[in-house]
Design a protein around this ligand. Structure first.
Ligand SMILES: *Cc1c(COP(=O)(O)O)cnc(C)c1O
Length: 382
């Protein structure tokens, strides 16, 4: 906390992360998905919120497993002292397999070759590591990204089930359109998933725990199985129907703010920032904030009408977002002083700007907004 505060002092821009909100979101999700368990997805640095602290908060809130996208992210959690099971959501190869085994991460495998590599790497597992190397198999039921084809799943699983050094502990798939409860494709995927698990049982192979659902999938009771892999919900976002229903009360956990570094008054018609894209409609005060697109404030935020909270009011950007700074139009009344706090994401006074608002303006998704908040912005945890 002290080091983080020091960084936030050096650089008057910060992302405050409310770990209580992450914990409460985890509690809400864990309750909503019962009797399934919660696997908290903390890939991409906890969706920009900080992987290790968010992992701890989610575990405090009832998560019993964590998931990451790549081995390095799992290693970071282990170095941060996290002892819970950590599932890596992609088959990995080469040096990454050895690193996965060394750090006691749970592997995902979706090919025979990948399974054989994992077995080979697991033969060298030290006696200190507890038991066999755990592995889940991934089956592709329709996203058509990674995952074994349903017809070849049995071959992959048989290689793993036949090894004395690994334990086939789970079988999972991923949903393509769970955020649209009306789309019949989810039911089709879930049917394929259950059929794939049954085909393993029919071949005498225990598929282990089953999981298919992301946050949006919670809307589909049949998707829950043994675990729900929730990411976005932890950080306070869910599709509208869920946010009004099973996951009511989710709290966004991140607040992005900066202190005004300079104010000046410019004549009507002056055009601040690169490209001189917008004339000031009146003689106005403008304020400079010390963060820009290199910190995750999108360059396009200006042209799509993005606003900033200053003095409790919504204020338009005065021109293009630059790499390291943003210029805000504070209007003819002004009243803003150097050192005042500007809020880019979060609340100030009665106003609130959410990552969903940015996503809607920018024509993107909340995931992209929050994961782009860069490492240069000091995170301050509460
Ligand atoms: C990212 C991811 C999740 C989490 O999805 P959310 O929509 O953030 O809940 C779950 N499963 C897999 C395979 C993922 O890649």
């Amino acid at each position: 906390m002290e080091a983080e505060l020091a960084a936030a002092e050096l650089r008057p821009a910060r992302a405050d992360v409310d770990l209580g909100a992450v914990r409460r979101n985890a509690e809400r999700i864990a309750r909503a998905v019962l009797p399934a368990s919660l696997c908290a997805v903390v890939k991409a640095d906890g969706y920009g919120h900080g992987a290790v602290p968010c992992a701890r908060a989610a575990l405090d809130g009832g998560a019993s497993m964590l998931a990451v996208a790549v081995v390095d992210e799992g290693v970071e959690l282990r170095r941060g002292g996290i002892e819970a099971p950590i599932l890596v959501l992609q088959e990995c190869r080469g040096e990454a397999v050895a690193e996965l085994v060394r750090n006691d991460l749970v592997a995902t495998v979706d090919s025979v070759a990948g399974g054989l590599e994992l077995i080979k790497a697991s033969e060298g597992r030290t006696a200190a590591a507890s038991g066999r190397q755990k592995v889940h198999v991934q089956v592709d039921t329709g996203v058509h990204r990674r995952g074994a084809e349903p017809e070849s799943l049995k071959d992959v699983a048989a290689v793993l089930a036949g090894s004395p050094v690994v334990e086939l502990a789970g079988t999972w798939t991923h949903l393509a359109v769970a955020d649209d409860p009306a789309d019949p494709f989810t039911a089709k995927q879930l049917h394929r998933f259950r059929a794939a698990a049954s085909s393993l049982r029919a071949a005498g192979i225990d598929p282990g725990v089953l999981h298919a659902s992301n946050t949006a999938g919670i809307a589909h009771t049949a998707a829950r199985h043994d675990y729900v892999r929730a990411g976005m919900g932890l950080y306070g976002f869910a599709p509208p129907a869920l946010a009004r229903g099973a996951l009511v009360g989710l709290e966004p956990a991140l607040r992005l703010s900066a202190k005004v570094t300079m104010v000046k008054t410019l004549d009507r018609g002056e055009r601040p920032s690169y490209g001189r894209r917008r004339p000031l409609p009146e003689r106005s005060q403008v304020a400079v904030l010390p963060l820009g697109y290199a910190d995750g404030v999108p360059w396009r935020l200006f042209e799509c009408g993005g606003e900033v909270l200053l003095g409790g009011l919504r204020r338009p950007l005065a021109g293009s977002v630059t790499m390291d700074q943003v210029i805000v139009d504070c209007g003819p009344e002004g009243g803003v002083e150097v050192g005042d706090e500007a809020v880019l994401l979060g609340e100030q006074g009665q106003e609130r700007i959410t990552a969903s608002e940015w996503a809607a303006r920018l024509g993107t998704i909340v995931y992209e907004v929050v994961t782009r908040i860069g490492p240069r912005v000091p995170r301050v945890y509460h």
